[in-house]
Design a protein around this ligand. Structure first.
Ligand code: 13P
Length: 336
């Protein structure tokens, strides 16, 4: 795979007015989502739920790609069509979560490092054969007393860089995700400082590992107030802080940046992205790779009757995709 092909995929992922739907919840995480709406976490229910999402009519109008979990990439529609094929026909690029989740970082209580590098070269080869064209790895950075430590940031950046280099070797675009959690009572300035250090460290590591930025996508967390901070920054402030932070840390060679929603309300996630794009132009397209902010409303509808409500849930998926697609252009009109 040439750098041109990787760059082409990366650019298609952030095509104007389009973003990513993240449906790569591990079996444990989807259990939490299903529990919250009273759906049993069986393989068939997971398959049916992902089929509902991926077969949403005209999803490709606003969605360029979807991140799947290993199980989903191997599953098929009820009619026996592999999901990767359904997506390709709808113009949606198949992506795959390849990390194996965060584990406690020894010696640093409260901090985590993401695992999954062992055997990754072979797994990526198989994922490419199954149709995956990009892959996600999520690092988790927690803000707290004496946290994050430099060691935690470095360990996670190193893992992200090794995974990214392996992806590119396999012809797969890495979507590098260093998520600074919203949990905590810190203010937006602290979130800014931490995010800045994390991104500097990440791009230093990518450089050291010969990762080609032209074939890489950043999945970033926005710079926001901690969830429990008494003073919550408004939409404009979040947009300004996030843009300032990204502009001072992310090279312009990167084809695009997509955001995670991280527990923001649907409305905030859309409003923040829209506000940032209204402040453009920027060195890179700014779009979305939302999980909860794309799915929550649809999941609630689907859960009420997982057979009869497929159409109504898909309508909601399309609405969220349209709203976020408009926000990616800075053209979202609140309340529409
Ligand atoms: P949220 O948008 O729900 O944070 O999920 C995005 C994601 O893929 C986290 O890794």
């Amino acid at each position: 795979m040439s750098i041109d092909q990787l760059a082409e995929t990366a650019q298609a992922m952030v095509a104007a007015g389009k973003g990513i739907i993240a449906i790569d919840e591990s079996t444990n995480t989807i259990k939490k989502r299903f529990d919250s709406v009273g759906v049993e976490n069986t393989e068939e229910n997971r398959r049916a739920y992902r089929q509902m999402l991926l077969t949403t009519p005209n999803l490709g109008e606003h969605i360029s790609g979807a991140i799947l979990y290993d199980e989903t990439l191997r599953q098929k529609t009820a009619d026996g069509v592999p999901f990767a094929l359904v997506m390709a026909k709808a113009g949606i690029i198949p992506g795959i979560k390849v990390d194996k989740g965060p584990v406690a970082l020894a010696g640093f209580p409260g901090e985590v490092v993401t695992e999954g590098l062992d055997g990754l070269r072979d797994r990526l080869k198989e994922y490419a054969q199954l149709g995956a064209r990009f892959a996600k790895w999520r690092a988790v950075i927690t803000i707290g007393e004496d946290m994050p430590s430099g060691t935690c940031i470095e360990a996670n950046s190193h893992a992200l860089a090794r995974y990214a280099a392996l992806c590119q070797e396999a012809g797969i675009v890495p979507m590098v995700e260093p998520e600074v959690l919203m949990d905590g009572s810190h203010d937006i300035d602290v979130c800014y400082e931490v995010t800045e250090v994390v991104l500097r460290s990440l791009f230093g590591a990518l450089y050291e590992h010969n990762v080609m930025l032209e074939g890489t996508i950043l999945k970033a967390s926005m710079v926001v107030s901690g969830k429990d901070c008494p003073e919550q920054a408004g939409v404009e402030e979040v947009a300004e802080y996030t843009l300032r932070c990204l502009k001072s840390t992310v090279p312009a060679a990167l084809p695009g940046i997509v955001f995670l929603s991280g527990g923001q309300s649907d409305r905030d996630a859309t409003a923040h992205l829209d506000a940032m794009n209204r402040m453009g132009p920027h060195p890179w397209p700014l779009s979305f790779s939302y999980g909860r902010a794309m799915q929550s409303a649809a999941l609630k509808i689907w859960a009420k009757d997982i057979k009869a409500n497929v159409g109504a849930a898909q309508k909601m998926v399309h609405e969220r995709a349209r709203d976020n697609g408009l926000a990616a252009l800075g053209q979202w009109v609140s309340g529409n």
